[in-house]
Design a protein around this ligand. Structure first.
Ligand SMILES: Cc1cc2nc3c(=O)[nH]c(=O)nc-3n(C[C@H](O)[C@H](O)[C@H](O)COP(=O)(O)OP(=O)(O)OC[C@H]3O[C@@H](n4cnc5c(N)ncnc54)[C@H](O)[C@@H]3O)c2cc1C
Length: 236
């Protein structure tokens, strides 16, 4: 959706979109903010919104180190193309339903909470979703490991094979696929705050740092962004 949305708003002339640019500094200067990118370009604005996702080391690293935010690492996989096989719907396992409070009103939610879960599944925060991609392969995810920034070190870079094995073992109990051959594995990251649904801090009322929407940003991010921009602008 977002890829199509960016093309749409650029074509409509609603934004100047500058891809492949890393912002390396944002500073309040008088009534304005000055933004510098790694190519040496400088931009000026009355307000700046920093939606840095999981990148906590480039802009305002001191703010992030005391923010209480944590990094969540997720492992995902994609099977080989499944021959002559159609998964008619995306599949959400019972572990997904018990994980998300959005399902609390479901009659089975309470029963699922009472079910025993294997240690490896619980410790690695595994819950399973299956979705067939347009080429016929099946995307399987995911696990959730939470670390404080100072403990993350380079563990973000590596893949824990035990987690992928646990995902596949559990997955094979949930659905039957013609092939469990894996063609791709990858890791994803987001920031999460133990007490806050979204992390939003304003610096000098002009620089708005907004991240840490955690595992719900794909579904709720666009709505939250709209609401947040209105309230940030109205507050000043
Ligand atoms: C594996 C995985 C599965 C997920 N599944 C779901 C799901 O099923 N449902 C759901 O709702 N959410 C899901 N999420 C969460 C969702 O992807 C995030 O909540 C969402 O992407 C957060 O949006 P964001 O705009 O805050 O950050 P991001 O999407 O991370 O975007 C931040 C962008 O800022 C860029 N950036 C950072 N620093 C700089 C800089 N200094 N200069 C320039 N650019 C910079 C980054 O490169 C990135 O492109 C999942 C996440 C992962 C990793």
């Amino acid at each position: 959706m977002l890829r199509q949305f960016i093309t749409h708003i650029v074509q409509k002339g609603l934004v100047d979109y500058i891809p492949l640019s890393t912002v390396i500094a944002v500073e309040p200067v008088g009534k304005q903010c000055v933004v510098k990118d790694a190519k040496g370009n400088t931009f000026k604005a009355e307000r700046v919104f920093i939606c840095n996702g999981a990148e906590y080391r480039t802009l305002f690293p001191e703010l992030f180190s005391t923010s209480g935010l944590m990094i969540c690492k997720l492992q995902m996989m994609q099977t080989a193309v499944q021959q002559h096989y159609t998964l008619p719907h995306s599949i959400l396992s019972n572990l997904s339903i018990r994980r998300y409070p959005a399902f609390k009103s479901s009659p089975s939610y309470r029963l699922l909470q009472e079910q025993r879960v294997d240690e490896s599944i619980r410790d690695y925060g595994i819950h399973l979703l299956f979705k067939q991609a347009s080429d016929g392969s099946v995307i399987i995810g995911d696990s959730h490991e939470y670390k404080a920034f100072q403990d993350a070190n380079m563990s973000e870079e590596s893949t824990n094979c035990l987690i992928n094995e646990a995902i596949l073992q559990y997955g094979q109990q949930v659905i039957t696929l013609p092939s469990w051959h894996i063609q791709k594995k990858w890791n994803g990251y987001y920031l999460i705050h133990p007490q806050r649904e979204v992390y939003a801090e304003a610096i000098d009322d002009k620089i708005h740092v907004v991240t840490g929407i955690a595992g719900k940003g794909m579904s709720t991010g666009p709505g939250f962004a709209r609401q947040h921009i209105f309230s940030a602008v109205l507050a000043t």
